[in-house]
Design a protein around this ligand. Structure first.
Ligand code: PLP
Length: 380
């Protein structure tokens, strides 16, 4: 089946008890056992597995072309569980433009558990090669990155990482692209993670995370950790994300169409100093982006002339673009990463320019969006 069909049907069959077409929300924490240790349908306890979560997990695995999918209570819960595959004294090499919360988890929490982190420019495979050490066990990429939309050549880094003696795991945070635009497992990654809060959910009404793997042994180790650590989502959250995923391809195409129109407007605007968009010819990894992504997605960042003050004036002046953190919903959002989503990287090597404005372009009418940006830029 093709992606659009999988998005609607994968993991979801009519309910065998009553024929309900949509996956029911199984509000239950526990399940009947016919005898001691003989659960009637294999389910014992909802931290371990819940039917609504199973439908979502199976759908995620199908969309990413993986063997097994796991759902978590948030993107960071997913990331944290993946990092628990490692033993103390392991080294992790991560991109130097990862989401601020990922950096905070690595730098402020997991370092205390004797994991060592290096943040390198993964857009340059040479820098990755130089930063690998004899104790590197995991390489963490985000592509496109949040907030600069930098692109890493997943296939090139996968080849490099897998030729390293330790065979480190290659993890790709696929939140910005979604499996509709980019399938990292097919490009050589071992693990894909998502904040499902963003495009997969798609309606800014739920927080969730996902992990998908292609290897059975890794799936079993992660399934063990998912249950042992317990950062699982509830059934209602799983239902909402399943419903969101059904329209993912439609939404992603519309996000892209609107983003292209906005790019055309911004590139001519005198107050815009520099644009960051993977499918714009000025992007340093434009060719790689076109090669590994189906389209450029709905995220745009740009530097505004006049510095941080101008950025703040602009984002406070929009009327349709909502000033808010997060991204990937049907509604357009605007923010200043340095003062909002990426505050936790301030003063670190991941520091973000205060003049950077980030747009999550929604699926509204593009003319309305452009008009809104125009009047806000006038006030910057
Ligand atoms: C690229 C990326 N990865 C991970 C996360 C963390 O996800 P969550 O907020 O669902 O914990 C985010 C959140 O903004 C993100 O943008």
């Amino acid at each position: 089946m093709k992606f659009e069909t999988l998005a609607i049907h994968a993991g979801q069959e009519a309910d065998p008890n009553n024929g309900a077409v949509m996956t029911p929300v199984y509000f239950t924490s526990t399940y009947l056992q016919d005898g001691v240790g003989r659960p009637r349908q294999g389910y014992e306890y909802s931290r371990t597995m819940n039917p609504t979560r199973k439908a979502l997990q199976d759908c995620l695995a199908a969309l990413e072309g993986g063997y097994y999918g796991l759902a978590f209570a948030s993107g960071l819960a997913a990331s944290d569980t993946v990092l628990r595959l490692l033993n103390a004294d392991s080294h992790v090499l991560a991109g130097n433009d990862v989401y601020g919360g990922t950096f905070r988890l690595f730098d402020k929490v997991l370092r205390r558990f004797k994991l060592d982190f290096t943040f390198a420019d993964t857009t340059d495979p040479e820098s990755v090669a130089e930063a690998l050490t004899p104790s590197t066990r995991l390489v963490w990429l985000e592509t496109p990155t949040n907030p600069y939309l930098r692109i890493t050549d997943i296939r090139a880094v996968a080849e490099l990482v897998h030729s390293h003696a330790n065979q480190p795991l290659l993890v790709v945070d696929n939140t910005f692209a979604t499996p509709y635009l980019q399938r990292p497992l097919e490009l050589g990654a071992d693990i894909v993670i998502h904040s499902m809060t963003k495009y997969l959910g798609g309606h800014s009404d739920v927080v969730g995370g996902a992990v998908v793997v292609k290897d059975q042994d890794l799936a079993e180790r992660l399934y063990f950790l998912q249950n042992a650590v317990g950062a699982v989502p509830g059934p209602m959250d799983c239902f909402l994300i399943l419903r969101g995923i059904k329209t993912l391809p439609l939404r992603m195409d519309r996000h892209y169409e609107n983003a292209l129109a906005i790019i055309e407007f911004l590139e001519e605007h005198p107050k815009v100093q520099k644009l960051f968009y993977p499918f714009h010819e000025s992007h340093p990894q434009y060719k790689i982006a076109r090669h590994q992504m189906k389209n450029g997605g709905g995220m745009i960042s740009f530097l505004i002339k006049g510095g941080g003050d101008a950025a703040i004036r602009m984002v406070e002046a929009t009327k349709i673009f909502t000033l808010a953190e997060s991204l990937g919903g049907v509604e357009s959002l605007i923010e200043v990463p340095a003062a909002m989503t990426h505050l936790s990287v301030s003063g670190s090597q991941l520091e973000v320019d205060p003049a950077l404005v980030r747009l999550s372009v929604g699926v509204e009418n593009k003319d309305d969006l452009i008009e809104d940006l125009a009047q806000a830029l006038d006030k910057a």
